[in-house]
Design a protein. Structure first.
Length: 94
């Protein structure tokens, strides 16, 4: 039994251990699929925000625009990888 009410509400929301494990596996799969298609998506959507959900892509020029598109298309925000397809990455001095 979970004694922390905050943790308990998270478990109730996410489901039992099997449901949480399935959700984590699905999330990992979506991120891997997105990154396996990175070059293709970068060419197709340069300098735009994308969301990748089960093989489908939503696009927006701004993050706010992308979130509206995701909502209209039924992409669950908490389960959808989001990336900015930057054509000129920022230089960093380490």
């Amino acid at each position: 039994m979970i004694s922390n009410p905050g943790a308990q509400s998270v478990v109730v929301e996410l489901g039992d251990g099997k449901a949480i494990q399935a959700s984590l596996r699905a999330s990992t799969r979506r991120w891997r699929e997105l990154h396996s298609r990175w070059d293709e998506l970068l060419q197709k959507y340069p300098d735009q925000w994308i969301a990748y959900y089960d093989g489908d892509v939503a696009v927006g020029k701004t993050l706010e625009q992308l979130l509206v598109t995701m909502d209209m298309r039924g992409f669950p925000r908490g389960e959808t990888p989001i990336e900015f397809m930057e054509t000129e990455p920022m230089e960093m001095i380490l």
